[in-house]
Design a binder for this molecule. Structure first.
Ligand code: FES
Ligand SMILES: [Fe+2]
Length: 487
């Protein structure tokens, strides 16, 4: 049920039809916004009018990842989530429940709470009306002076709130499909990664000078890796000179797979081995190296670089397992990757962490990075994950808030421990200490935007193999924006 485009050949959307099968008839979409085969017109990124359509019809009708449950640790904890003109308050209503409300006083509209914090009841800062955590009205000062109104009329207006794997999603559309149905097939495929046992280790938000989709697009494909992150193909990570033609032969091939709403890419190894069985599935045990040094060391360095430079997706336990790998004898018939996983497993179990059993088939299905439609990306890994989220910044289509979350599994004994982290926001990515890889990605955001504004440029020409994640986003967005139907 999930794959609508050429089932069985997902990710290879070839042929002249059916680009719009099950979606929106092309005629319904104004020409300047109309998708064509693997072509996305630039007006969908640059026009203020299109941003307004997204704010009115897309973000108001889709499930949006608003926060993690660990951010609402105690009863009365709240997080404010802003999107377009909407401010939404997500509140820990009781030990077992969270509920989101439109963050506007029923008296004269005042925003009730900002950022994050913890309260006993929700109190308007203007005239002091009060609400219980379940949104029911608790106090109207001098209520007898008002026209009699029902408690219902004075209660906070609820926003649909559902959770999955420690993520709290909200949806402003009362008629939306349930969250788990909307997320399909993500909950099934992500099950072995046990996100419910992860917590946010750090969260950095960056104001980027690009459209919110441009920020995400840069993480929805790995086709750019050879061009943008050349050091990843070298043992010497300080060498970020352009890859030579010879080095380019070792580039990684990362085909995309599209589903009814969501999409992912999988980095599968070298493209030149595309037809070999070796390349049939994503294999986390394979990493690109030059093959000139001890393969154990090469493997270990690539794990350690991800943690040292990016600060996530790996963790300090996998870093130490990699360190052990460098000097552990490689048993006959074992790859460095196999040995690494064994060392990593022994280490985490001995330190009180759960080990996730993830079969090769589950790794393969999970791929590398997922677009959780519309504005979140998840990269699953053993014990750690990155999550990215982007939102428009005001009414400027060329500005967004892009956030990076590093999630790590916590020790079994800490599952119920109160969690704390302080989100940071930076106006300039240079101040965010993001490391070499993210800085390279961040630099692209502005360059893409400047180039897209050139009158000579009309739209994205996407790879049908490696960039259909991007196309898929637009295809699905059309259903919300033009079809007025529940997607
Ligand atoms: S505006 Fe909130 S109590 Fe008056
Ligand atoms: Fe990148």
């Amino acid at each position: 049920m999930s794959v609508v485009l050429e089932p069985g050949k997902a990710g290879k959307l070839t042929g002249t039809t059916p680009w719009f099968t099950g979606d929106v008839a092309a005629e319904r979409v104004p020409e300047k916004y109309r998708l064509d085969r693997a072509f996305v017109p630039k007006a969908r990124y640059l026009d203020p009018e299109f941003l307004q359509l997204e704010l009115d019809k897309l973000f108001t009708r889709t499930w949006l990842m608003a926060c993690r449950l660990e951010e609402l640790a105690g009863v009365g904890s709240y997080v404010e989530y802003e999107i377009g003109a909407h401010s939404i308050l997500i509140v820990r209503e009781s030990k077992d429940s969270v509920q989101a409300y439109f963050n506007a006083c029923r008296h004269r509209g005042t925003r009730l709470a900002k950022d994050r914090g913890r309260v006993g009841s929700i109190i308007c800062p203007f005239h002091g009306w009060r609400w219980n955590l379940d949104g029911s009205i608790r106090l109207v000062l001098d209520r007898e002076e008002f026209v009699p109104r029902s408690d219902d009329d004075l209660g906070l207006v609820k926003v649909r709130t559902e959770t999955w794997a420690g993520f709290v999603f909200i949806n402003m559309d009362p008629n939306a499909v349930p969250l788990l149905e909307y997320l399909d097939p993500i909950p099934r495929i992500f099950e072995p990664f046990h996100y419910e046992n992860m917590r946010i280790r750090w969260q950095k938000g960056i104001i980027l000078p690009c459209n919110w989709k441009t920020a995400l697009d840069g993480f929805l494909e790995a086709y750019h890796v050879a061009g943008t992150h050349p050091q990843l193909f070298r043992l010497d990570k300080s060498n970020d000179n352009l890859l030579s033609m010879k080095e380019l032969e070792n580039r990684v091939w990362s085909p995309t797979t599209t589903y009814e709403r969501h999409a992912h890419y999988s980095s599968l190894g070298q493209k030149k081995s595309e037809t070999t069985e070796d390349n049939a599935t994503k294999d986390p045990l394979k990493r690109t190296t030059e093959g000139q040094i001890d393969p154990r060391e090469a493997f270990a360095l690539s794990v350690q670089y991800i943690f040292d430079d990016m600060g996530g997706l790996e963790n300090e336990r996998s870093w130490r397992a990699a360190e052990q790998l460098k000097t552990t004898d490689l048993p006959e018939g074992m790859t460095p990757g196999d040995l690494f996983m064994q060392l990593y497993q022994d280490l985490v179990i001995s330190e009180g962490y759960a080990w996730q059993d993830i079969s090769p088939q589950q790794w393969s299905e999970a791929g590398t990075a997922w677009n959780v439609f519309p504005n979140t990306i998840l990269l699953p890994n053993q014990g750690s994950s990155f999550m990215y989220r982007a939102r428009p910044n005001g009414s400027d289509p060329d500005s967004c808030l892009f956030e990076i979350f590093a999630l790590d599994q916590v020790a079994i004994a800490d599952y119920d421990k109160k969690h704390q982290h302080t989100p940071q926001i930076f106006e300039d990515y240079h101040d965010a200490a993001l490391g070499q890889v993210f800085n390279q990605d961040m630099a692209n955001a502005k360059e893409v935007t400047v180039g897209m504004h050139s009158p000579s440029f009309d739209g994205h020409r996407l790879s049908e193999a490696q960039e259909m994640t991007i196309y898929n986003h637009h295809r699905v967005a059309d259903r919300f924006i033009w079809a007025d139907r529940d997607a």
